[in-house]
Design a protein around this ligand. Structure first.
Ligand code: G3H
Ligand code: 13P
Ligand code: ZN
Length: 330
């Protein structure tokens, strides 16, 4: 049993309380490898932003949970070495069982998500409550989810959104004791968040998605004043990256994300954690594809992963400074 406190990590409690009061959101960036982790820490140290490092089930399979935990521990020291002891949370993204959440808590995670959103309501409540009871014994914070995002979430996929029903949120929070709640108001995972037929096209032919359901968010806030709300699937899918990818051998069709303006608006509300993974994948892929085309003789991985890391850092810094408002809050 390793406590996250001994690793220099923090849970989300204080972070979220400050974010709600201050009208900003904490970035929750997924990482699977060293370059992503370095970019996240460099960006958040330079922006002086608190940060949540997220580990998904896919990341655990790809990189190994133990290695990722040691990397997060390293991230705390790395941030200090770069000159700023920013608050860092190590969070399990989309935990799907009590056993998995327990194993992460026991090995030093400071926060876990138990995602029972695909289960019938009562089963979601029971599973979430079981995780909360164990997590709180170790002062680890828990994120639950109500409502289903459209698209693919790990192995589960849903054709349509099931928006969170504001009528359920008080009961869910009271029965489970969760510390934060992920909701479904129109975001979804991946780089194709909307079907072209759901969007309009602007003068340049770029797809413009429908607005998020801010009315549902407002109703939830009214029911749970001051309670931390989480948005998954919040990548914006920058079209400059899509263009670089597609002009350098890629084939991304109809890629469209959540406009940053809408995320700025959400960050000012009770939304205090915004999950971003796909934008990082796009930034890395664009940088690597460009180098492979422009410098075909290059074969030292540092020569393409280094620039990819620089591009990622630029993206993460931009999110903290110009979208989530978390810069300067560490
Ligand atoms: O919620 C999904 C995240 O983007 C993680 O995706 O399971 O492919 O690592 P992944
Ligand atoms: P994106 O696919 O929009 O980056 O969402 C990531 C996410 O929600 C991770 O849990
Ligand atoms: Zn998610």
């Amino acid at each position: 049993m390793v406590s996250y406190k001994d690793l220099g990590l923090v849970n989300t409690r204080d972070m979220f309380a400050k974010a709600i009061k201050g009208g900003y959101a904490i970035p929750a960036f997924n990482f699977n490898n060293m370059e992503q982790m370095q970019a996240i820490i460099q960006a958040c140290v330079e922006a002086s932003s608190p940060v949540i490092l997220q580990v998904s089930a896919g990341a655990r399979k790809y990189a190994n949970q133990t290695l990722l935990r040691y990397m997060a521990q390293g991230a705390v020291e790395y941030a200090k070495e770069l000159g700023k002891n920013i608050p860092i949370v190590l969070h399990l993204d989309h935990g799907n069982s009590f056993e998995l959440c327990k194993s992460c808590i026991d090995m030093g995670f400071s926060s876990v998500m138990i995602d029972g959103s695909h289960l019938p309501y009562d089963e979601n409540v029971a599973l979430t409550k079981q995780v909360v009871e164990y997590a709180h014994q170790h002062d680890v914070t828990v994120e639950g989810e109500l409502g289903v995002l459209a698209g693919v979430e790990d192995e589960v996929s849903a054709e349509h959104h099931t928006y969170t029903d504001p009528a359920d949120v008080i009961d869910f929070v009271q029965k489970t004791g969760v510390d934060s709640l992920a909701i479904s108001i129109g975001t979804s995972h991946g780089a194709n968040k909307f079907k072209p037929e759901q969007c309009t096209r602007n003068a340049e032919g770029i797809l413009v998605p429908p607005e998020l359901r801010f009315d549902i968010l407002a109703e939830i806030e009214k029911k749970l004043p001051g309670f931390p709300i989480v948005l998954h699937g919040s990548s914006s899918v920058p079209q400059e990256y899509v263009k670089i990818i597609n002009t350098h051998g890629g084939a991304l069709k109809d890629a469209v994300g959540i406009p940053e303006e809408q995320l700025r608006k959400a960050a000012k509300s009770a939304v205090c954690k915004i999950n971003i993974d796909s934008d990082g994948r796009l930034a890395m892929t664009a940088a690597v594809r460009k180098i492979f085309v422009d410098q075909p003789a290059e074969f030292d991985p540092r020569k393409y992963l280094g620039p990819a890391r620089d591009e990622l850092k630029k993206l993460y810094k931009h999110k903290c400074e110009s979208v989530l408002g978390s810069a300067g809050k560490a």
